[in-house]
Design a binder for this molecule. Structure first.
Ligand code: KG4
Ligand code: ZN
Length: 368
C-alpha cells in the first residue's frame, strides 16, 4: 500500500468514527501494528498479543528499526529537527519494508503509537503518520508510553508470566533520558519508587564517552573500551548509593570523570581505565539500589529494560545478584533493549486491557 504521506497531512486530526471503538476477542488476542519515533530510531512492528493481564504473551511477527545514528553522529547527539526530517523520510519506507499485503492489513486489530516521552518534533511525525494510516485503513489508534515500553520489553521474550511465582517485581528502566526504579505489584499495577534527579545513566555514558573522544552513542563505546581497562584503577564516587531512598544522581559522577582526566594525557590505557572505572561506579549504584528495593518490597523478580540494559556488565552483575537471592531476572533481549516498536505494542496492549487511555498528542515530558 502507499504511504499515508501520499495524502495531505491533516495535522491534529483525531481518529474518530466507527473505528474508534476497539473490541477485542474473548481470548484477549490482538494483532497490533506499532510505531515508534520518539528519538532517533524510526521503528515499526507487528505483534500478536494474547493471554490478557493474567498471562500476557507476545509473538513478534515483524520488527524493523531504522536507525538515524549515522546522521546524528557528526553532531555528537540527537538534533530534534534533524530527527523529524529523517522520520518523515523513513516512516513510509519502513511501512513498505513490513510488506503488509491488503489481507495482512485487514487482520490488524489496532495501530499503536508512542505519544511520549521524547523529542516533540520526532513524536509528532509518528503520531501524524499513525493518524493518517489509521484513518486510511480504518483501524483504531492507541497511544503508548515509551517508558512502559521499556519496562515491559522483557515480556516480549518471556514464554509465560506466571504471576504468582514472579510478582511482585522490581523494575529498573535505564535509558538515555531516564533512570527509574519501580515496583510492580501486578503486571499492570506499578508504583514508581525513585528516579534520577539529574542526568540519566545513559546520558552519563554518552557525556563521559564524549569527554574521552568517543563517538555518539557513548554507551556501547564505553563498554567496548572498558573491557581492556581496570575497573578499580580510579575510585569514582557512587552518588546516593547509601541514601535511604531510590533516587539516583549521575551528574556528580560525570563531573568527577571530567576532573580526573583534566590533566591526564588520554592514552589508550588511561581511556580504558577511566571507562572501566566510570562504568563500575555507575553499575554499582544501579545494582545496589535495585537490590535494596528487592529486599524492601520482597520482590520475586527483577525487570530490566532500556538502552543501557544492553550493557553486559549490568546484565551480568544483576544476574549474579538475582541468582544469589533466588530471583528471576527478566531482561529484554538485546534487540528489544534499545528503542523499538515491538515494546510499544506490549505497552499499548497492557494499557488497553487495564482501561488506561493516552491522549494521541505529543507529550514530550510524559513520565510514569
Ligand atoms: O532506550 P534508548 O535506546 O533510548 C532512550 O529512550 O533514551 O537508550 C539509549 C541510551 C544511550 O544513552 C546509549 O548510550 C545507551 O542507551 N546504551 C548503552 C549501551 N547501549 C546503549 N549504555 C551502556 N552500555 C551499552 N551497551
Ligand atoms: Zn527509549
Amino acid at each position: 500500500m502507499g504511504s499515508p504521506f501520499d495524502a495531505p497531512l491533516t495535522k491534529g486530526l483525531l481518529v474518530a468514527g466507527p473505528f474508534d471503538k476497539l473490541t477485542i476477542s474473548s481470548a484477549n488476542t490482538m494483532k497490533i501494528l506499532s510505531i515508534e519515533t520518539s528519538c532517533d530510531e524510526t521503528a515499526m512492528a507487528v505483534v500478536v498479543a494474547k493471554g490478557g493481564l493474567r498471562k500476557p504473551r507476545f509473538k513478534v511477527l515483524k520488527n524493523i528499526v531504522s536507525s538515524q545514528i549515522e546522521v546524528h553522529r557528526p553532531y555528537g547527539g540527537v538534533f530534534p529537527m534533524l530527527a523529524k526530517r529523517e522520520h518523515i523520510k523513513n516512516l513510509p519506507i519502513v511501512l513498505n519494508d513490513l510488506k503488509l499485503s491488503e489481507k495482512n492489513m485487514k487482520e490488524i486489530d489496532v495501530i499503536a503509537v508512542t505519544v511520549g516521552p521524547g523529542l516533540e518534533p520526532a513524536l509528532w511525525t509518528g503520531i501524524n503518520f499513525s493518524k493518517e494510516l489509521a484513518n486510511k485503513v480504518k483501524k483504531p489508534l492507541l497511544g503508548a508510553n515509551h517508558l512502559e515500553g521499556h519496562l515491559y520489553s522483557p515480556l516480549l521474550t518471556l514464554k509465560e508470566l506466571d504471576k504468582n511465582a514472579r510478582l511482585p517485581a522490581v523494575g529498573l528502566i535505564v535509558s538515555g533520558g531516564h533512570t527509574i526504579l519501580l515496583v510492580l505489584k501486578k503486571i499492570d499495577e506499578w508504583k514508581k519508587i525513585g528516579e534520577t534527579r539529574d542526568d540519566a545513566v545513559g546520558e552519563a555514558y554518552d557525556k563521559v564517552a564524549r569527554m574521552l573522544g568517543m563517538p555518539y552513542p557513548g554507551g556501547p563505546e564505553i563498554e567496548k573500551v572498558a573491557k581492556n581497562g581496570n575497573p578499580s584503577a580510579i575510585h569514582f564516587p557512587r552518588p546516593m548509593i547509601h541514601h535511604k531512598n531510590y533516587d539516583f544522581s549521575f551528574s556528580g559522577l560525570k563531573t568527577a570523570v571530567l576532573y580526573d582526566i583534566r590533566d591526564k594525557k588520554l592514552t589508550k590505557k588511561v581511556r580504558a581505565d577511566v571507562a572501566a572505572s566510570f562504568q563500575q561506579a555507575a553499575i554499582d549504584v544501579l545494582v545496589t539500589k535495585t537490590m535494596h528495593a528487592v529486599e524492601e518490597y520482597s520482590a520475586k523478580s527483577i525487570f530490566l529494560g532500556g538502552g543501557v540494559a544492553a550493557n553486559s556488565l549490568l546484565r551480568k552483575t544483576l544476574k549474579k545478584k538475582a541468582v544469589e537471592k533466588r530471583l528471576e531476572l527478566h531482561v529484554s533481549e538485546m534487540k528489544y533493549s534499545g528503542d523499538n516498536a515491538a515494546m510499544i505494542a506490549v505497552a499499548a496492549y497492557i494499557n488497553h486491557l487495564k482501561g488506561k487511555k493516552l491522549r494521541i498528542t505529543a507529550q514530550a515530558n510524559l513520565n510514569l
